[in-house]
Design a binder for this molecule. Structure first.
Ligand SMILES: *Cc1c(COP(=O)(O)O)cnc(C)c1O
Length: 355
């Protein structure tokens, strides 16, 4: 029976991708497992080249940016970005929208000055701050496009007066956007792109190589740009699985196709949360995430009963993050709307029983 995977990350991957990855794990092209092959071999070089060019194609990225496959997770980008592009006497602006941006702020302070321009901490990060001023002197403005834990998302990226840096870990490739105004876009792969173990960074080439500080070779974007992500042994198998996901994405309408798909799933699930008198959404309606849908029961004594009912319907991973409680259903690109319908049906049955 099909399992409906609502986990926040590592998360659902398209079934076709898993099937092909399994086969390549055993035998790839020349008879070796893909995992056994040298990163200097032609087949692996081809994997990296195609993955890089598909990312550029799907996001509409031109020559001014470089696509990098790194390690260390999005968490390592929290320090790698200021280390590479924020001078000790320069100031970066940060918007504090939850756990991840709070961590990014902490790391940036190790390298330069930080101004937190806005925060939604006053309401447990349940909304996206708006209408803040962005001083012209900022080296960059750091934003988090989708807040995986609390379930808020920036509905769009406004044009701003300074370069943007964005943590897109949990919504990259989920919608169309203009990448040109970003100095750095980064994402751990394990939410919406592939398995854990690889981190995507899209870096504007002309922003690197300008720091006075000494940067360790492995932490220097320049190293990885020059060596096409092959300075040392990269995570070959995770990048390969990303490539399979990217091919799947393209075959399913690219980011525009995903945007439609994700909108339909969000409409269905939030529609039920708003309709069903037993449940309520936890975030400001206009800032609701289309990737991580957080909701609570009015009567939280029934939490376990609802979880049990969902589990019985093979819906897994809907327990909310410990900082929010209740439930969180992650509906990343690879999730089919039929799986969301299964969860909605559980909510309706739950209403019949407990309403
Ligand atoms: C999961 C996540 C992170 C942390 O990613 P790691 O790859 O585990 O370091 C950072 N930011 C956001 C928005 C996330 O969802």
């Amino acid at each position: 029976m099909k399992v409906h995977n609502f986990f926040a990350g590592p998360a659902i991957l398209p079934q076709e991708v898993l099937v092909e990855a399994s086969s390549s794990a055993l035998r790839y092209q020349n008879g070796l497992s893909l995992m056994e092959m040298s990163h200097r071999s032609k087949p692996i070089a081809d994997v990296f080249e195609e993955a890089e060019s598909l990312i550029a194609e799907l996001l509409g990225i031109g020559d001014e940016h470089k696509v990098l496959f790194l390690t260390g997770g999005a968490s390592s980008q929290f320090y790698m970005i200021p280390m590479n592009i924020l001078g000790a006497d320069q100031t970066a602006g940060y918007i504090d929208t939850g756990t991840w941006s709070t961590k990014a702020i902490k790391e940036a302070k190790l390298f330069g000055k930080v101004e937190v321009l806005a925060s939604s901490k006053d309401k447990n990060f349940t909304y996206i701050p708006k209408d803040y001023l962005i001083p012209d002197h900022l080296r960059y403005l750091h934003i988090t496009s989708n807040n995986t834990i609390v379930g808020t998302q920036m509905s769009k990226f406004d044009k701003v007066n300074v370069p943007l840096v964005c943590d897109m870990s949990s919504d990259i490739f989920s919608r169309a956007f203009d990448a040109s105004q970003f100095d750095v876009i980064y994402a751990g792969a394990q939410k919406n792109l592939g398995p854990s173990g690889v981190t995507l960074a899209i870096v504007k080439k002309d922003v690197v190589g300008k720091m006075e500080r000494d940067i360790p070779t492995m932490l220097n974007y320049e190293t990885h740009i020059k060596k096409d992500s092959m300075f040392n042994t990269p995570p070959t198998f995770p990048v390969y699985v990303c490539l399979l996901t990217l091919r799947w994405l393209k075959a399913n309408g690219g980011v525009a196709g995903m945007e439609k798909r994700n909108q339909a799933k969000a409409d269905l699930l939030y529609g039920e949360i708003d309709r069903n008198p037993l449940f309520y959404g936890t975030t400001a309606v206009e800032d609701r995430s289309k990737m991580n849908v957080c909701f609570l029961l009015n009567d939280d004594q029934h939490n376990d009963a609802f979880l049990a009912m969902a589990t019985e319907a093979n819906c897994v991973g809907i327990k909310g993050h410990r900082s929010v409680g209740g439930f969180r259903a992650s509906t990343y690109n690879a999730m089919d709307i039929n799986s969301v319908q299964v969860l909605v049906d559980v909510m309706k049955r739950f209403e019949e029983k407990y309403g």
